[in-house]
Design a protein around this ligand. Structure first.
Ligand code: KIV
Ligand code: ZN
Length: 514
């Protein structure tokens, strides 16, 4: 029997620290349910002390999840640990993840603490967390730049205090694979009580090495990897869950461990995270990119037709590509719709919410014959976003003709008042967004505009992401429609709404408290 490699997903916590990727409580619950279906072992649902919103989200995930362990992050502070303990109270299985920085630069400049004080805080934090759960994880933040002797000292002390998982974060993405693997090996060998804890890694991708560093650590004794769907996360992101899991599965000849994940759910989970956060997946992204299994060169196509293993090391079906099934159609009734949504992990807060999404589904089914799970997820996202929006799209008319300057007229409802405007532009999308901007005056810079088809075919819904930046604040707007000009308008309006809402950015490592 091979060892088990524990998959700890932090899409809802570190992933949410990507600029513009904030998620609502209900969105977090939807993603958590998808992660549970994927059989992720531990779901880090958020940082409860960061805000009431984060607390509520962790609590909601804790209530909704029964198969995976639900984890909350806490600095090594009593107040953080107590908040995490309270938020996780109703979880069937819970973990508190507490951390404090251990690199010389962080201890001196950020914490302004001596190494002795840091050890003291860490031990106290672990003991306090044990009052809430016997499943306590400790992370020496910036371990990648910490001194090995000091890591040995603090890790030995927290194991003695009762921590059962020791997570070694490469917080700033500074490590390289051979050296990071050697660090893990040394820590496990040198710490006298290391056999009483599981060693874990948490790698950031600043040098594009997060997955390589994590796998090198696994080769050297780590038995938990912290990762995120699509590699989402602070700055350049975290190690991508799908890459870790498929590397270990595909190269089972070299890895001494295996995961319990149901890999066929990977693609739909990736699409859900991308839809909810507004972070598109690049086409050439490993495993979940649209081109990951597409063969363009004739010589490759010829080889694959003769024997797929000539150029394919994994089967697209094994990660959930081409499992797209038509799930509902024009004639599906409200009950079938509701049951299917429950299977997808979507629960409606009220009959009114269910009716709203069912109505949108019927409208879509009139335009598009086959409705897939991805279409339904996009409808739910759209409905939940629009219900809170102060700016709403009422009507859009575009005129695009060869040899003529495209123009757009738009009517919006802004704080319950209808306003109309028009503009011309380089194309139908440009004219529409200019017309909207003339009414909402965000004054923001457009940083990204991207269109993806949600499913295949020319009748597919286009999913548009618009990223706006204003005074250092970044928001992602999303819109989907079978007409990409309308999808673009919806995405721009969604981003404008987010800019109007209070700024809820939370960065646990940067709060300056410890
Ligand atoms: O990157 C990091 O150090 C973290 C810790 C909180 C584990 O996210
Ligand atoms: Zn991190």
């Amino acid at each position: 029997m091979k060892d088990k490699l524990i998959i700890f997903d932090t899409t809802l916590r570190d992933g949410e620290q990507s600029p513009g990727a904030s998620m609502t409580r209900d969105e977090k619950v939807r993603i958590a349910k998808a992660l549970e279906r994927l059989k992720v072992d531990i779901i880090e649902a958020g940082f409860p002390a960061a805000s009431q919103g984060d607390f509520d989200a962790v609590q909601a995930v804790a209530r909704a999840i029964s198969e995976s362990t639900v984890c909350g992050l806490a600095r090594a502070l009593d107040k953080d640990i107590d908040r995490a303990g309270q938020a996780l109270k109703e979880a069937k299985s819970s973990r508190i993840h507490t951390f404090i920085a251990t690199s010389p630069i962080h201890m001196k400049m950020k914490l302004q603490m001596t190494p002795d004080e840091v050890v003291d805080h860490a031990v106290k934090a672990v003991k306090r967390a044990l009052q809430y759960t016997d499943n306590v994880e400790f992370s020496p933040e910036d371990a990648g730049r910490s001194e090995e002797d000091f890591l040995c000292r603090i890790l030995e002390a927290v194991i003695d205090a009762g921590a059962t998982t020791l997570n070694i974060p490469d917080t700033v993405g500074y490590s390289v694979p051979e050296q990071f693997g050697a660090t893990l090996k040394n820590l496990i060998e040198r710490i006298p009580n290391s056999d009483k804890a599981v060693f874990s890694v948490h790698c950031h991708n600043d040098l594009g090495l997060a997955v390589a560093n994590s796998l090198s650590a696994v080769m050297n004794g780590a038995r938990q990897v912290e990762c995120t769907i699509n590699g989402l996360g602070e700055r350049a992101g975290n190690a991508a869950l799908e890459e870790i899991v498929m590397a270990v599965k595909t190269r089972s000849d070299v890895f001494p461990c295996q995961t319990d994940l149901d890999t066929q759910g990977i693609v739909s989970c990736s699409k859900l995270v991308s839809t909810i956060t507004g972070f598109p997946v690049q086409p050439n992204k490993a495993i979940v990119g649209a081109n990951a299994f597409a063969h363009e060169a004739g010589i490759h196509q010829d080889g694959v037709l003769k024997n797929r293993e000539t150029y394919e090391i994994m089967r697209a079906e094994d990660v959930g590509w081409s499992t797209n099934r038509m799930v509902l159609g024009k004639h599906s009734g409200r009950n079938a719709f509701k049951n299917h949504m429950t299977e997808l992990g979507v629960e409606f807060n009220s009959e009114e919410d269910l009716n709203d999404v069912f109505f949108r589904f019927k409208q879509l089914a009139d335009k598009k014959h086959e409705i897939f799970d991805e279409d339904l997820q996009a409808l739910v996202s759209e409905a939940s976003m629009e219900s809170e929006e102060q700016i709403k799209l009422i009507a859009l008319k575009v005129c695009s003709e060869t040899g003529e300057m495209p123009s757009a007229s738009v009517t919006l409802k802004v704080n319950d008042q209808e306003v109309s405007g028009s503009a011309t532009g380089g194309g139908a999308v440009d004219a529409s967004l200019r017309a909207i901007e003339s009414l909402v005056n965000t004054g923001a810079d457009l940083q990204l505009y991207s269109v993806n088809n949600i499913t295949s075919g020319t009748d597919s819904q286009g999913e548009v992401t618009v990223r706006l930046e204003k005074e250092n604040r970044i928001v992602n707007g999303l819109g989907s429609d079978t007409d990409i000009v309308i999808a673009s308008a919806k995405a721009y309006i969604n981003a404008a709404n987010k800019l109007q809402a209070p700024d809820l950015r939370r960065h646990p490592q940067n709060t300056g408290d410890v």
